[in-house]
Design a protein around this ligand. Structure first.
Ligand SMILES: Nc1nc2c(c(=O)[nH]1)N[C@H]1C(S)=C(S)[C@@H](COP(=O)(O)O)O[C@H]1N2
Ligand SMILES: [Mo]
Length: 201
């Protein structure tokens, strides 16, 4: 009798139920970045919360790390068709960031901004209620630079382009303003279970 590890073609039932349509399972962790990988030192790192163009709160690395931490183990799904199960993160859930700033929901829409100039839009309702975090560690270690360290947004229930690497702020916007990939033809919401890959899906 031959026992094989589970692969994309040989999934246990519980695992195949977790792979959205058009996706396949990977064991490694691919890196996808639109441009050069920025080098962000924690000594220089800042995270800014804005309402429109107005900055209402800025945290440095030490202040941000003093916020309550939460662990999340989630499956992630990239629009290029790989899915990875049980990725383990720790960070600050968006609810705890907003609570620290004394903000609830000034608008329904948020743009995440990053050190490399990348951005992505996510409705507030998909960031709140413990659904998303600013992750500070991956698998018990600081997040590798390629994967967005020192801090990245994690919105695991949407395609992974929404999980902005090297994140440096969240901005509440009046309307649903599109981010980097959304302006270039990707779907504005990006639900992997509804295969919302491109604008008209
Ligand atoms: N700042 C920034 N965040 C980003 C990107 C990027 O180019 N810049 N690429 C996005 C895309 S398209 C994907 S699929 C994931 C990839 O994350 P990974 O490299 O950790 O797998 O990061 C997303 N976040
Ligand atoms: Mo991607």
């Amino acid at each position: 009798m031959i026992t094989r590890g589970f692969t994309g073609r040989n999934l246990g039932r519980d695992q195949s139920d977790r792979i959205p349509p058009g996706q396949h399972l990977v064991e490694h962790f691919p890196v996808l970045t639109a441009g050069p990988t920025p080098r962000v030192q924690t000594a220089d790192w800042k995270f800014t919360l804005k309402i429109g163009s107005k900055a209402i709160r800025v945290w440095n690395w030490r202040e941000f790390n003093a916020l309550p931490k939460t662990k999340m183990t989630r499956d992630i799904h990239c629009v290029t068709s790989w899915s990875k199960l049980n990725t383990a993160w720790e960070g600050v859930i968006v609810d705890d960031i907003l609570a620290d700033a004394g903000v609830e929901g000034p608008t329904d829409f948020v743009l995440a901004h990053c050190y490399d100039g990348y951005s992505t839009n996510v409705p507030l309702s998909d960031l709140s209620s413990g659904k998303a975090m600013i992750a500070l560690s991956y698998e018990g270690q600081p997040i590798p630079r390629d994967h967005g360290g020192p801090a990245r947004l994690l919105v695991p229930h949407l395609y992974f382009w929404k999980s902005a690497k090297w994140v440096n702020g969240l901005q509440f916007t009046e309307s649903d303003e599109l981010g980097f990939w959304e302006l270039r033809g990707y779907h504005k919401y990006g639900d992997p279970w509804r295969e919302q890959r491109y604008a008209n899906d």
